[in-house]
Design a protein around this ligand. Sequence first.
Ligand code: HEM
Length: 497
Amino acid sequence: MNHATSTPQPTRPHTAPSPAQPTPRAGDPPGPRAGWFGLPLLRAMRRDYLGFVTGLQRDHGDLSLMRIANERAYDLNSPELVREALVDHAEHLVRWERGVAVFEQVFGRSVLVTEGATWQRQRRLLMPAFTPKRVAGYARLMTEAAAQGLDQALPAGQQQGPVAMDALFSQLTMDVIMRTLFSHAATPEEVHSASWATQTLSETAMREMFYPLTLPDWLPLPGKAAKRRALHRLRRLIGRHIEARRQAPATPEREDLLARLLAARDEADGAALSPSEVFDQCMVSFQAGHETSATALLWWSLLLARHPALAQRLHAEVDQVLGTREPTADDVPQLVWLNASLKEALRLYPPVGALMSRRTTADITLGGWRIPRGALLRISPWVLHRDPRWFSEPEAFRPERFLPDAPPLPRSAWMPFGVGPRVCLGQHFALMEMGLVAAMLLQRYTLALGQPEPQGLPDMNVTLRPRGGVCLQLQRRQGGLGGRVGSAGPAARAACA
Ligand code: HEM
């Protein structure tokens, strides 16, 4: 991966001093005026979160302090500060309690929300299921899902037509995670029901994140009934598949994620994950594992439709490396332009764009400033990824930044999967899945902007999605796999609104 090593000299003022400074600076770092209890700041954040955090760096530098009521929130906007916090001070940080409260309702006490010894044990037990080697073993399950979904993107016999890429990628990545978790292709009913549930939970989570506390779900408040239904549907879906596996212990050795979770034993004491832990880890893999990848592929497809010359280059690369055969895990690293375009899409539109936050559990020093215990730290990949110090013309889509011979970037300037011990558990899984799906899409279709053109404005929910969706014109490629039509399967055809 090409995102690390030396640190170029900053080309514009940098208010955070060198992290090596021995004594903390007196006073507080700069920041916006709070106004009455910080309410004007909260309102500005609600109106345009990405614009707000971008403005913080522009106006106050890499480390800024914002006071909202009793809260001291620090925004960290340089790769050095991010590493200093998430790597050097990892043991003095916990996840932000509001995020935990909201996510715990959906994912239970899974690795995403636990802390301390429980988190360490869960992470240790799960890691072996997500190593690059293990992920390569899921490649065939991934390509089976991708072939089925992509072959059905256009109706049989139709050469071209508009396709709602959001629905296509959501259904496809859901099928990928169902097959990799349970060796089971998602049925159309499951796709339909789980898509609605995922979307509903994502919107509710984003709303609830900004409340001071999570009110009980039984209260007759707007959105609570939909949230209850959505949670019930997802739990039933996951529970049914786990139960089916328990009922069929005599099936041959499986290579799916559930098999790995059931077989996992702690090296320290030989203990397995408890049934509720297995359930929660399946929930988190299902949810975290499909919406993020679908969002990343969605932005990538829009960028490609807007850059036909690059698309041509990618078609040529895929044709040369793969021809018409199905890709394998070993092929993915050979597709250097394709991988670079995916990384560049993740830079411009990181699916987890701005909601990484931590609470300090001790006094620490960051960038030379003393940060007290109990402070909130916020990190926004959106801001870091658009910093002209590391990415010249940051708004431009330039995959060549990520080619193997490109100049190195500062460590953590590119961080769509986070940094440090809590880095995304599924990052190798996601990159493999995205590489395979993108290559197989290019083998079958060319992409063009539909009418009306998608605006592509980022909308902050839990993931950063293009507002109003993305409808693209797909055309079958001649002489390739474009003529292939899949058998009946999970993908409900994704019509444009
Ligand atoms: C493009 C796709 C993905 C992106 C951009 C992404 C991004 C992230 C980010 C930013 C974090 C939080 C890091 C932090 O707080 O420091 C995270 C955590 C996590 N992700 Fe992903 N993710 C993706 C795909 C996946 C997949 C496919 C899975 C599983 C199948 C997954 C499972 C997890 C888990 C379990 C955590 C929590 C790790 C922990 O707290 O120890 N993610 N991801």
